[in-house]
Design a binder for this molecule. Structure first.
Ligand code: NDP
Length: 464
């Protein structure tokens, strides 16, 4: 006999957990099934451990830099294994937090891999970690697919010799020399982590600059900073094959013929929705290019089956999945609709000098209207004693039709923290005059956001 629920959530990542918990709070009888880690990618092999590693890398500069502020001390060194073990301990704690939170909310937890038998029925096969548990069947009135995604590898000879982000969090040793393939979020973030911890890093990417989709000024600023930080950038190229050499190192042959020899090759070449094995085709759930197709209400092509988060491959960020899960649970079981402003979803890349953005890039905004750009590059105060070259970049994009700030972009210390607050102003559609009207906090980096008075350039509407 199959267990009966009002809601079954497949996947206990950020979105799935929020959906299950809110539905249960509304009085629904809820089950959640997870094949791997409670908390999903973000908590276990994504945002959280990545940020802990970014913090670890931040300390690399602090010892030497502190001398510029009068400190003296013995040289220090980083012990990779100690970082990984401390990180693992914290992740294990968070796993417990997630299971406890779900249990407290009255959600029933299942461990294993789910596959649809019908529109309302799922079979759970035991996970490889616990093969003793038999297969189970669950029936539910509503089912939410929240299985997230997995790292992709390019289809080249020797791709299996490289690692992906899942592995990077568990490397027994930090590679001395690493080639990172891909110049997106993961490539840039791990280039910063490994290089600051002492690895020799080469980043290979197809475009002219890293971070396609981000504002061009930000991308240029990042390219200059990465080069200054000693990271070798190979632009406009992709790997053709990877071979293991007799001394155990790896040779990456680029499409232009150049060979890069390293201890490790790291594929940061995007992620794909993890739909394999769900049996979606058999029950008629429409998928396109490997993602579950949903409408604005997060409904799939099959009634009573919904999908949220990375499995839908829209905005693949944790807070978006959480908001989608929350909205769905409220709508189905709470009888009310909550809204979030997805169109101004802020984003950040946690490079050593982090980047963050909200709203439109200059190029995007200029498709609608002429824009005024306010741009400043300056040496932040901390650099004055360090005599360093790192500069902050802050850029506001203003629609000339109504003077609203439609985009804000920043690279520099605390950029993600600062842009999170600016995102409120951009979401509230505030005008440049509202920014000008605001008193700054001195001395801070962020005060520049409210003190930029002179238009750097006016960009005409692209189609005009
Ligand atoms: P991204 O999509 O950000 O970047 C992928 C990179 O790999 C791009 O440079 C892309 O090039 C390149 N690429 C893709 N396929 C190939 C190929 N076959 N050969 C060579 N290069 C290739 O993916 P990531 O893996 O960096 O991250 C996955 C997602 O995870 C992100 O998009 C984001 O949604 C999420 N994430 C968010 C983070 C955050 O919020 N801070 C941190 C980490 C991940 P091109 O640009 O030319 O297509």
């Amino acid at each position: 006999m199959a267990a009966e629920f009002d809601l079954l959530v497949i996947g206990a990542g950020s979105g799935g957990v929020r959906c299950a918990r809110i539905a249960a709070q509304h009085g629904a009888k809820v089950a959640i099934v997870e094949a791997r880690h409670w908390g999903g990618t973000c908590v276990n092999i994504g945002c959280v451990p990545k940020k802990l590693m970014v913090y670890a890398a931040d300390y690399a500069a602090m010892g030497p830099e502190s001398q510029s502020f009068g400190w003296e001390g013995a040289a220090w060194r980083h012990v990779w294994a100690r970082l990984i073990s401390a990180k693992n301990e914290e992740i294990a704690r968070l796993n417990n937090v997630y299971t406890t939170m779900l249990e407290k909310a009255g959600v029933t937890l299942f461990k294993g891999t789910a596959a649809f038998l019908s529109r309302h029925e799922v079979e759970i096969s035991p996970s490889a970690l616990d093969p003793s548990a038999g297969k189970q069947r669950i029936r539910a009135r509503k089912i939410v697919i929240a299985v997230g995604g997995a790292p992709s590898r390019p289809k080249i000879d020797g791709a299996e010799l490289g690692i992906v982000s899942d592995d990077a969090f568990y490397l027994p040793e930090r590679p001395g020399k690493i080639v990172i393939i891909g110049g997106g979020y993961i490539g840039v973030e791990f280039a910063g982590i490994f290089s600051r911890l002492g690895s020799d890093v080469t980043m290979v990417f197809r475009g002219e600059r890293p971070l396609r989709g981000f504002d061009d000024d930000l991308r240029t600023h990042l390219t200059e900073a990465m080069t200054r930080h000693g990271i070798t950038l190979k632009s406009g190229t992709s790997p053709k094959r990877i071979d293991r050499l007799s001394d155990g190192t790896l040779a990456t042959t680029l499409d232009q013929g150049e060979k890069l020899v390293s201890d490790c090759v790291f594929f940061a070449t995007g992620r794909h929705p993890a739909i394999d094995g769900l049996n979606l085709a058999a029950i008629g759930v429409t998928c396109q290019e490997g993602r579950v197709v949903t409408n604005a209400s997060m409904a799939t092509s099959v009634p009573d089956i919904y999908a949220i988060g990375d499995v839908t491959d829209q905005i693949n960020l944790t807070p978006v999945a959480i908001a989608q899960g929350h909205i769905l649970a409220d709508r189905i079981f709470g009888g009310h609709d909550r809204h979030w402003a997805f169109e101004t979803t802020p984003k950040a890349v946690f490079y050593s000098q982090p980047l963050a953005s909200v709203g439109l890039t200059e190029e995007e905004a200029a498709k609608d209207a002429a824009v005024d750009v306010y741009l400043t590059r300056f040496r932040p105060m901390r650099q004055s004693l360090l005599k360093g070259d790192d500069q902050v970049l802050i850029k506001l994009v203003v629609d000339t039709r109504d003077e609203r700030v439609v985009g804000a972009h920043m690279m520099g210390d605390a950029a993600p923290e600062i842009i999170q607050a600016v995102a409120i102003a951009v979401t509230a559609r505030l005008r440049k005059a509202d920014f000008d009207h605001t008193i700054g906090i001195h001395p801070t980096t962020a005060e520049e956001i409210v003190t930029m008075r002179t238009v750097t350039r006016r960009t005409p509407q692209k189609n005009a």
